[in-house]
Design a protein around this ligand. Structure first.
Ligand SMILES: Cc1ncc(COP(=O)(O)O)c(C=O)c1O
Length: 405
């Protein structure tokens, strides 16, 4: 899957000399730049090694613990629910709405019970939404936390995602809007305080991060070069990824500080943010125009302020093997088609956290029908892109005809 949306290989190489500034200075600059962007005090930005660590930190800061219930969208990544049992709290799964990819507000209102202390508000694929004020007023004990892992720098009615609820967590992982390889941060609400994790990523893990990120960036230029690099890195143990215990056993992530390399990579991406957003907006327009021409597909409008992490589209009927279809479509058009989320608790086969099959029909249907296109600045908005999209549209139309027969 093509990742590192806003990062290029030259940017990675240019970041390396910047490491001499040292981790304290780089992190301070990153915190200050993020605070400037969001228009908040820098003490409200808490940097972490992952979005999931930022979620755990937010829940703790709000005092969520034993006996509390946290509402989690049943269309998310396993590392989100993983953070909750470790606090002694319980998970309540809530179906998402196929119309918005987020929550249906009346369904959320009805799901909040006496034990509910927190709601994780999804912003899947990036567009920002806002919990109605009346709903929040009806549940004054409940905190609404934005899962902004996909939606860095998205806006809802002119306000930055993360600034209008009770806190938010963001991700800078390989595949996200800005890429630090790994990384994340919590945006705390006013009046809440939290410390950055004191544990640093080890030197070998930083090397793994560099090797893995290089493979992803090579893949953006030449798929074969990227594959070869990543295969070699795998062979010598230099791939950085989530631990098996997190994915298969639902274990909480051990929080660490944002790596120095990540901070050095993120600063130039932040400086270029307006241009990045303009480029991705144009990409989304090309995607929308091409996919709108294929009858039967579902697209999501996304407000003008949406910073898409990947551009989703849904097929009219569930697909038995989405990965195989994504490979077939990628081969036809030369664009890396993705399969997020391939299960209500992504990735398929990960820990279930008590989820009962069939209890979130809309999330399950999305998991079986949604594919996505890359939002990557390495993809130029030109005639070559339109030719690829025309091939994608033809391949999709052929697939739909086959399956309708
Ligand atoms: C919706 C969602 N939330 C949270 C996360 C966690 O982000 P991170 O990988 O930085 O912990 C992910 C990860 O992919 C995600 O897809």
């Amino acid at each position: 899957m093509l990742t590192a949306n806003s990062l290029t290989l030259p940017m990675l190489l240019a970041a390396l000399p910047r490491l001499v500034a040292g981790r304290a200075a780089l992190r301070r600059r990153l915190r200050d730049e993020l605070a400037r962007l969001f228009g908040v005090d820098a003490r409200r930005i808490v940097l972490t090694d992952t979005g999931r660590a930022a979620l755990a930190l937010l829940l703790r800061a709000h005092g969520v613990g034993a006996g509390d219930e946290v509402i989690v969208p049943a269309y998310t990544c396993v590392v989100v629910p993983n953070q909750i049992p470790a606090l002694g709290a319980t998970i309540r799964w809530l179906d998402v709405s196929a119309a918005t990819l987020g929550f249906d507000w009346s369904r959320l209102d009805a799901a909040i019970g006496p034990a509910t202390r927190a709601v994780i508000v999804p912003h899947n694929f990036g567009p920002a939404c806002r919990v109605p004020d009346a709903l929040r007023l009806r549940h004054p004990r409940v905190v609404f936390l934005d899962d902004a892992a996909h939606g860095f720098a998205s806006q809802c009615d002119g306000q930055w995602l993360g600034t209008y609820h009770d806190g938010a967590f963001f991700s800078f992982e390989y595949s996200k809007n800005l890429s630090g390889g790994i990384g994340g941060f919590a945006l705390l609400p006013e009046g809440l305080a939290a410390e950055e994790p004191p544990v640093e990523l080890g030197a070998l893990d930083q090397l793994r991060l560099l090797a893995t990120l290089t493979g992803h960036l090579l893949a953006a230029r030449c798929a074969l070069a990227g594959r070869v690099w990543l295969a070699l890195a795998r062979r010598v143990g230099l791939i950085y990824r989530s631990s098996d215990a997190e994915v298969a056993d639902g274990v909480a992530h051990p929080p660490r500080a944002l790596p120095t390399l990540s901070a050095a990579l993120l600063l130039p991406q932040l400086a270029a943010l307006p241009a990045l957003l303009r480029h991705k907006q144009r990409l989304a327009e090309h995607y929308r125009a091409a996919l709108s021409a294929v009858p039967g597909l579902t697209l999501w409008p996304g407000a003008p302020g949406a910073h898409w992490v990947r551009y989703p589209f849904a097929l009219p009927q569930p697909v038995a093997d989405k990965a195989a279809l994504a490979r077939r479509l990628s081969a036809a058009c030369g664009l890396a088609i993705g399969v997020w989320f391939d299960d209500v608790i992504h990735p398929a086969g990960s820990f279930r956290h008590g989820y009962l099959a069939g209890s979130a029909p809309e999330g399950e249907r999305l998991a079986a029908t949604v594919l996505n296109l890359p939002m990557n600045i390495a993809i130029a908005c030109d005639a070559a892109l339109d030719a690829r999209l025309a091939r994608l549209a033809a391949a999709l139309a052929a697939y739909l005809k086959e399956t309708a027969a």
